[in-house]
Design a binder for this molecule. Structure first.
Ligand SMILES: Nc1nc2c(ncn2[C@@H]2O[C@H](COP(=O)(O)OP(=O)(O)OP(=O)(O)O)[C@@H](O)[C@H]2O)c(=O)[nH]1
Ligand SMILES: [Mg+2]
Length: 293
């Protein structure tokens, strides 16, 4: 059985960061395959993750829990056959719910060693009423309260309480018995996705589950902006700051004026992070905006 981890969580919460900062370290002596799914046809994370992992498969467009269900299963078969990984890490799109992904993984012979939901403490207030966000929390058995550097401790305690409440009320339930599938959950605090080793040591393995139907609304859409010439960083920052509120996430890989290496740009809920170098990137410059439909 191939051990697999699912990383879920709202747009911009820190899923890719966790894969780079935590998981890579713990699995450095293993053959790891990563499957990453993003909203829209232009992926950014796959390109960033390729800096950290040798086998990265991008599943662009659609949502792996709904329209891409069969493509996800095909990709999984392919990756197992060609690469024969020892560990599989799946980053779902910020608009997907994890439970159907867990079912697909188990159906294809993976042991799900944990479903991690990354919670963005800095922006939780803004997205906590979103139903997808609630089912992401409920469908996970490891809750990672990330970006703790951006909130004070009373706020963190309040988020903990709210997240636990959401987990209790949004767990997937067996329709026949009315019993929740998950009975236990573990909560961690994290700074840039850093987690203790135990998370990856198979102590949160899920029992084999049965299929259940699901539906959830997709209320986000993607817009891509292609940038032909290198841009001035200050001007780009200003543009990002003046984006309308409905744009909750912007990311991309761009070339800057007076800087030789392409950089990854990361903006979520009005917050702009320092650009990260993506030295191997040879493609065109672009920005992806994800906005409420
Ligand atoms: N201040 C702070 N920023 C963080 C932390 N963790 C992640 N970030 C930043 O948050 C931004 C989004 O991180 P990602 O890892 O790309 O988030 P994601 O969940 O993969 O985003 P999507 O795949 O687009 O949904 C990046 O700029 C990160 O550097 C943290 O603990 N503190
Ligand atoms: Mg990501």
């Amino acid at each position: 059985m191939l051990p697999a981890f699912v990383i879920t969580g709202f747009l911009g919460s820190g899923k890719t960061t966790l894969l780079i900062n935590s998981a890579r370290e713990y699995f450095k002596n293993k053959k790891v395959a990563v499957i990453v799914n993003e909203i829209g046809e232009v992926g950014v994370d796959g390109k960033i993750l390729k800096n950290a992992y040798s086998e990265v498969l991008e599943l662009p467009e659609g949502c792996i829990c709904c329209s891409l269900h069969s493509e996800f299963e095909k990709a999984l078969e392919e990756i197992k056959e060609k690469y024969n990984p020892e560990v599989l890490l799946v980053e779902t799109s910020g608009a997907a719910v994890p439970f159907p992904v867990v079912i697909s993984l188990q159906a294809l012979g993976c042991t799900v060693e944990g479903v991690l939901c990354v919670v963005d403490c800095a922006n939780f207030e803004r997205y906590k009423e979103d139903s997808t966000a609630k089912y992401q929390i409920g469908g996970s058995n490891i809750l990672v309260l990330n970006k703790i550097d951006l909130v004070d401790s009373p706020k963190l305690e309040e988020i903990k309480r709210e997240v636990m409440e959401i987990w209790h009320t949004h767990r997937p339930v067996n329709y026949f018995t009315n019993e929740p599938y998950y009975t236990k959950v573990k909560l961690y605090e994290a700074f840039y996705g850093k987690l203790p080793k135990e998370v990856f040591e198979g102590i949160y393995t899920l029992a084999q589950l049965k299929d259940i139907p699901h539906n959830h609304e997709h209320t986000y859409r993607q817009r891509v902006i292609n940038l032909i010439d290198p841009v001035d960083y200050r001007a780009l920052e200003e543009k990002l700051r003046s984006l309308p509120d409905k744009v909750i996430r912007a990311k991309g890989i761009v070339r800057l004026k007076n800087y030789p290496i392409p950089v990854a740009i990361n903006y979520s809920f009005g917050y702009i992070d320092s650009p990260i170098d993506v030295p191997h990137y040879k493609g065109p410059s672009f920005l992806v905006l994800i906005e409420e439909a």
